[in-house]
Structures are given as structure tokens and as C-alpha cells.
Design a protein around this ligand. Sequence first.
Ligand code: NAD
Length: 489
Amino acid sequence: MSEILLNYINGAWQRAEAPHQSVRNPATAAVLAEVPLTPAEIVAQAVESAHAAFLEWRHVPATERVQYLFRFKFLLEEALDDLARTITDECGKTYAESVGELRRGIENVETACGIPILMQGYNNEDIARGIDEHLIRQPLGVVAAITPFNFPAMIPLWFLPYAIATGNTFILKPSERVPITSAKLFALIDRLNLPKGVLQLVNGSKATVDALLDHPLVRAVSFVGSTPVAKYIYSRAAANGKRAQCQGGAKNPVVIMPDADMEMTTRIVADSAFGCAGQRCLASSVAITVGAARHTFTESIAEAALTRVVGYGLDEGVQMGAVISAESKARIETLIAKGASEGAQILVDGRGKTVRGYEAGYWVYPTVLSDVPPESQIAQTEIFGPVLSLMYARDLDEAIRLVNARSYGNMACIFTSSGAAARQFRVQANAGNIGINVGVAAPMAFYPFSGWNESFFGDLHGQGKHAVEFYTQTKVVVERWYSGWSRQF
Ligand code: NAD
């Protein structure tokens, strides 16, 4: 009998009287747990208790609020190994990748501990005779985050620490495909002795999300996931008068100049394209070689794809895990076939393979498509699997035109030893996160996660100072105090 997951509402674990859905280990297809698909009535209870908690929590001094985050960081560090194993089991990535995402998540908890200074406003004395003006930041109220399957710990932590440090109360709706990690995060949160209702966990899928989007007491929504859902959530939240920041999908291009260090470039691009089985919104998906780089890079990336060790992420020496589901495997394999039908050559074919001892798992091996026509659908569609498409340009101008000929704008990278080429790329590439000799340009917690175009809907991104602005509303006070001061001081 697999574990029945609970919601965490008003400081207590609750079993939902609702249909449940199975959570599976992608490497074995074994059922790990059953997750509730929480209906609107229970979401409303969570929102109402979060609102009641907000009325007190907003007045807890920021210096006291961050003490809970300091404790949370230490509990996360203690539980790191168990959390990493859980992420690998329900999400499919390797143990090292799971540890990596936890480190990036913890970094956000640490950054949010700086709220007493990050949340400061500003002021002017004597903007007119005897009149002063202040800007202060106040929390919004109840805020919610809806998160995707591919980073079960890191992405909730892009939002949760900033939301409560700034004085809001927060509801997490994690991906129903990886809810066990959130259950474990909330088991740690339960040990913090936070006031009831400050942090809540509500499991579910579309109906649960809609209930959050429609509840009048939810003031702001953070979303990370695919672009169609990001657009839907952005418009429904906005129609209901809420703030929204919605991070969507991606199709990230990397440009490889002939003067790049080819050994290093191949290693980094292979890690970017095939790491996390390509299920990263900052995965390289299209490699554009310039001039003579075509020959050397094609050979070396094919070799890297063929030699990557695929398997269960907790086994020694495994470099790439399974994709999230049977549907995902089928979708990726169909897209590879579509690429071939549009004129691409399948240089390395990762379809139809398995891993010995894990035959029921959802395996797609690294795949390289060469000669991908820039106008083809495969060149534009997010595959979200370990598939790298190769394209070619005569010079950097043509490569940048290819980079900019796509609707997404999450990341673009260049590999070169020329400062001038790097600078041109940095200025002209139409994407919000840029890598220079870097394959996964993931901003640190104290920088915004700066997606553009169809990769982001909103204006303030997650992380860093943007998070502080997103979770606070500014109040400007103009004040005059009558007094009969003498002017001698
Ligand atoms: P998804 O859009 O299917 O689901 C994300 C969340 O939305 C889940 O919590 C899910 O329950 C909910 N959801 C799904 N359909 C919904 C609907 N119709 N109405 C309301 N809620 C709905 O995404 P996923 O498959 O879990 O994650 C992969 C996607 O996330 C990829 O497109 C990837 O590029 C993107 N992603 C983007 C970033 C980024 O920072 N831009 C980071 C990670 C992942």
C-alpha cells in the first residue's frame, strides 16, 4: 500500500476527501504515493486560514520573521541526503543533480534572510518646507505558488522564503507528479513552530489551481511551468485583479564559434543538453555552430551523447536519469520522428532503448539531430527531453539571427575566446539569461530569473530584489508636522 499524501493547512496535516492520483518513480514505474486532487472547498479553508494568519504575521518584525528561515536552512542542510534521494526517486534525475538543485534552493532561503535590509524603503526630508516624504514596503496578504515537476525542491524555494520574510502568508501547490519532496519540505517546516497558517501546502491539479486563481483573498500568484499554462494563469490571475509572475517554457540556443575551446565546450553543452535528461528550462536545445566549428563540434557532441551513462539516478556512475513519465517519453520520441520527417538527420538516436534491471522505466537516451532546418517545427518546439538539434551559420551575425528567430527567450549562450564576439552576443541576443562559455546560465538567488518573451509573463521575476518588489506594495507617505521650531540648529 503506497503512502497517501496529506495537505498541510492551518498548521496541521489533513487528509483530503478527494480523488487521489498515483505518483510514480520514473526509473521503475513503481507507485510511490497517492496525491490528493484537492477541491475548491478545501483550498478556500487554506486561503482563509492563511488570511487570518497574515493579520498577525505582517506585524511580526522582519528580524523575527527571518529567524524561522535561519532554522529552516539548518533543517534543510541536515535533511539534504534524504531530500536528494526523494527528488531522484520521484523526478528521475541523478543524485548529484538532486543535491545541486537543493543547494540552489537553500541559496534562496539564505538570501531571504537579508529581508530586514532588502525590504527597506527610502525617504526625503524637506521635499517642501517642513514636509517629508517616505516610501515604505508592505506585504500583500495571501500569496500562492504553482510549481512544475522538474525541480521539486528548488522552484518552491524560489518563492516561499521571500514571500514569508516580507510578511505575507504563502500557499504552495506543487506539481502533482512530484509532491513527495514538498511533503518532506513541509515536514521540516512543521518543526519550525511558525504561527499556524503562515505556510500551507495544498496538493492537486487544474481545479486546485483555478480555486487559488479565483479566490478573492489570494493577492499574488507565482507560476513556473509550460508556456500555455503560464499564459492561462497570467490572464486568469490578472482578470481577477491579482499580481502574477509566470515563468514559461523554453527553446534555448547556444552558439559555438570556431575559436571556442572545443573540448570544454563539448563537455559543457553535453551537460546542458542532456543533464536532468534535458528536462530543464535552461537546457541547451539548439546548437548553432559558426563556420569551421561545425565539423569538430558535430563529431565531439555525437561522441559525448553516445557515451553518456543512462540509468537509475541513485546508482553509482549514472550521468543521466529517466524522463518523467511514459507520456513524456512518447511525446519526445514522436518529436524526434517529426524532426526527421522535416529533413533533420538523426545522428544519435536515443529512442527505443532501455536500462538493464529497470526495463519498466521511462528511458530516452541522448539524441543528436543534425542539419535541422531553421524553419522546421522541431527547431521551434520545446522538446523537454535529451535532444540536441544542430544548425549552422556562416558568421556570428547569421548565428544571432537564428538565435533571435524563436518565440521563447529564457536563455542564449555563446562559446568563444573572443571578447568582441561575446560582447556582440550579449548586446544583441534576444533572451533574458545569457551565458558566455557557460551552458546553464542560471542566475544566483540574488539575481532575478530573467526570462523574456514567451518564456515569461509579468514584469517582476522570481528571486533577488525582484522577489522583494513582487511580494510587497509600496506606500508613499507625505507628512507635515506643525511646530514652532526656531531655526538656530
Ligand atoms: P506544466 O505547465 O504542465 O505544470 C506546471 C504546474 O501547473 C503544475 O503544478 C500543474 O499542476 C499546473 N497545471 C498544469 N496544467 C494546468 C492547467 N491547465 N491549469 C492550471 N494549472 C495547471 O509544467 P510541467 O510539465 O510540470 O513542467 C515543465 C515545463 O515547465 C516546461 O515547459 C519547462 O520549460 C517549464 N519550466 C520553466 C522554468 C522557468 O524558469 N521558465 C523552470 C522550470 C520549468
